[in-house]
Design a protein around this ligand. Sequence first.
Ligand code: NAD
Length: 250
Amino acid sequence: MRWGLEGRIALVTGASRGIGRAIALRLAEEGCDVAINYNMSPEAAGEVVLAVEALERRAIAVHADVSSPEQVEAMAAEATRALGEVDILVNNAGIHQHLKSWEMAPEDWQRVIDVNLTGSYLTSRLMGPRMADRGWGRIVNISSVVAMSGTDHEAHYAASKAGLHGLTKSLALELSPRGVTVNAVAPGWIRTDMTADATEEEMVEAMREVPLGRIGEPEEIASVVAYLASPDAAYVTGQVLHVNGGMGLY
Ligand code: NAD
């Protein structure tokens, strides 16, 4: 244990696999009880619950499509009933889709915005004020390097993540005066299902843009989220922390 989060309650969206799973486990290692949000895979979420319980913390799997206001409300109520009021919200759920802007249908565009951007707004509008009422809270949004760089094959994804930076800063202005910090972590290439479809050739090409010369691991995002959630980060708010092996150097 490094960051002193003993007894805090965390909710991580999209936590059944990948970066969200790593964040849930890391927060549990730091002493948090964790609500594991999933959309499609109760079995995988159940495995993360068991892994958290093996760390002697409480956990619950909570279903919600984060783009649905009703489902987000039900998720928050269920997590609070089972574990207590949420102190740390990590908006990690995300989807992407390789399409040129003129290839995507308006529905494709809308779906990516709804999950990646509106989902974070829906959870934050519900849980942020409740943290503020208690005078302490942490919101961490998982964005992406492409929020800064753009990309030539998923404009909706890049736009949703850039929007998340604006949401992060706005929520920080609203909530920081009441004890709630709001920050974003912008990963570069991380080894998860989201990047698993890249060919070896594409990966070699991609790594040319990474000064550290390798793909990142989900745990390397989780450790930064744990820092931002910790008392040590009490004076950090409204920031975007880039965790990408040195890409772009924004
Ligand atoms: P992933 O596909 O393994 O995980 C995404 C998770 O979000 C899955 O568990 C999925 O079920 C969940 N999810 C999707 N739609 C949902 C919805 N409507 N409601 C609730 N949950 C939903 O990918 P990952 O790499 O672990 O991605 C995690 C986050 O990190 C995403 O926001 C992604 O955009 C971001 N990110 C990833 C990378 C990378 O290289 N892997 C880079 C930059 C940013």
